[in-house]
Design a protein around this ligand. Sequence first.
Ligand SMILES: NC(=O)c1ccc[n+]([C@@H]2O[C@H](COP(=O)([O-])OP(=O)(O)OC[C@H]3O[C@@H](n4cnc5c(N)ncnc54)[C@H](OP(=O)(O)O)[C@@H]3O)[C@@H](O)[C@H]2O)c1
Length: 348
Amino acid sequence: MTPFDFQPADRPTFYFVGVSTGQSSIMRVFPEWAKALGLGDCPIHGIDCRPHDAPEVYRRVVAFLKHDALSLGGLVTTHKIDLLNAARDLFDGLTPDAELLGEVSCIFKRGGRLLGDAKDPLTSGLALAAFLPPRHWAETGAEVCVLGAGGSSLALTTCLMKAAAGAGRPSRLIVTNRSTPRLASMKRVHAQIASPVPVTYVHAPAPARNDAVLAGLPCGSLVVNATGLGKDAPGSPITDAATFPANGLAWEFNYRGALVFLEQANAQRQARNLHVEDGWVYFLHGWTRVIADVFDVEIPTGGPEFEELARIAEPFRRQPGESGPARRGGRVRPPPAFSRVRHGKTGD
Ligand SMILES: NC(=O)c1ccc[n+]([C@@H]2O[C@H](COP(=O)([O-])OP(=O)(O)OC[C@H]3O[C@@H](n4cnc5c(N)ncnc54)[C@H](OP(=O)(O)O)[C@@H]3O)[C@@H](O)[C@H]2O)c1
């Protein structure tokens, strides 16, 4: 569906602005979550735009979401920066994270106002907290190496730089990118954050340069593949000769595609005593935080209710390397009702 041929819906509708939205697991997960959360008869509609589409396209999408009374809002992937650049004046308000990162991943309405938020600093932090051992940074003095300096890398590094001392922070961040423009713009954003965590920016035009960065990491360090390689394009940002830090953690941001980086980490899992994580929990946090704002409902970020949403989503998860329809492993049990509409919190 392009923004030029979709008709206004006949019911309250949740939108997903992406590139190939029909292929995402969320198209199957959201209807089940909607039942569990008591969101009513509210479909999810995808709006597919081309990467770096014309500003006019993004303006039409945002104007539609703003002016159609049945449009509740939506989640934006891929176009987060381009959409905000093209349609900033159509928003009635932006959160501080949306302003800082210059992107919008969550579009929602309050009291007739169209608002934009950047969720990734929050949701990448929640996803990391779900697998990072408590007090890991304090006990290891380890570092974080993020391969790729795009939007999701900026979000994670922002989150780590802003972390309160009590919550623990890595001793250093290293960000690599194959070209320099993203590193330069990331540096400008980081300069606005008062943080004691030093950041090293590395131009890595070839995977061997990333291998060399990994070789210099102390034990216990976290290595993140935020390049999209393995899903958005084939391959991995490191070679098979790269060595992960002993007792470290390897985090692939994606959960579907031919995830070579994940395979490389898994191959060293036992020998290097690694924790290997994919992007599924990140996906769950990303969507649930946006749904909470768009529908103005409370959705916990952990505990039995979040676990229940994760359990509902699991049968629809595509496995790494799977390119066909989403796996539909188990029967979805009727979920318990646990809708809690937020009342009056935001002045509606
Ligand atoms: N699980 C989830 O819920 C979740 C959430 C967020 C993101 N993600 C995934 O994470 C991936 C990254 O997202 P994004 O929004 O940050 O993408 P992005 O803005 O396109 O950034 C990717 C960055 O990686 C760089 N890169 C590519 N190959 C490289 C290499 N070999 N070495 C070093 N850097 C390299 C690119 O460099 P150039 O600047 O030269 O192009 C670009 O800056 C995507 O696949 C996305 O789907 C998943």
